[in-house]
Design a protein around this ligand. Structure first.
Ligand code: TYD
Length: 216
């Protein structure tokens, strides 16, 4: 029997540490025999990766930024995400539209109503519904702790180089999205140590029935 496709996104401010946990989640699904697509936004297709380079490194106004991340998302959905879900794969996506509401919306202060309009254009499904992840793991971390982690990281991009106040806004943006859709969001307390965070991530996926209940 073909498995049902599952779309899971990973979100959080820069420095929240989500990337290392995506790998653990991928390993857990593979161990259960699932076919998996691991991808990211902006990016995930040749065109969207080019747009990512522009968004992360070239100066532009907030409307340009919002249009480019949604253009990248459209290509990603059509070329990668929808075909994978139709095959019954698990799609693990490092960021999706919640990042646009948090960074371009709350962070840059761009009009949330325009972002909602773009979301409806780009994520419309043939049955009239809106494509969203089935589950979003939100790595919730204090912006001060995240800033300390980032300080020792590589050369910052256009977002990573923003001041602490920007990330406080972005954090608030994620909180608003999570409050608006509590059934989809799982809030992971990401300032704990790595093994503890990893355990909460796997527990959250088990609680929702995406991974089997068996202990590791
Ligand atoms: P990130 O996911 O943190 O990748 P890496 O770990 O390689 O740095 O970087 C992507 C950046 O893009 C991040 O700072 C958030 C930003 N972003 C937006 O501003 N809007 C969006 O819609 C998305 C998907 C990402």
């Amino acid at each position: 029997m073909q498995s049902q496709g599952v779309f899971i996104s990973f979100e959080g401010i820069d420095g929240a540490g989500k990337s290392s946990h995506i790998q653990a989640v991928a390993d857990a699904f593979r161990q259960e025999g699932r076919q998996l697509v691991q991808t990211r936004e902006p990016g995930g297709t040749p065109l969207a990766e080019k747009l990512r380079e522009l968004v992360l490194h070239d100066a532009m106004d907030p409307l340009c930024e919002a249009l480019l991340v949604f253009a990248a998302r459209r290509d990603h959905l059509q070329q990668v995400i929808e075909p994978a879900l139709a095959r019954g794969d698990v799609v693990l996506c490092d960021r999706f539209t919640d990042a646009t509401f948090a960074y371009q919306g709350s962070g840059r202060g761009f009009d949330l109503a325009v972002l909602s309009q773009l979301e409806h254009w780009v994520q419309a499904m043939p049955d009239g519904g809106l494509r969203q992840p089935a589950m979003t793991l939100w790595f919730d971390i204090d912006p001060g702790v995240a800033a300390q982690r980032l300080a020792s990281a590589r050369l910052p991009d256009r977002f990573e180089s923003q001041p602490r106040a920007f990330f406080q806004q972005v954090h608030h943006g994620y909180e608003q999205r999570a409050l608006a859709d509590p059934g989809r969001f799982a809030r992971i307390h990401a300032d704990a140590d790595l093994p503890t965070v990893r355990q909460s991530v796997l527990d959250a996926l088990r609680q929702r029935g995406y991974l089997s209940g068996a202990a590791e």
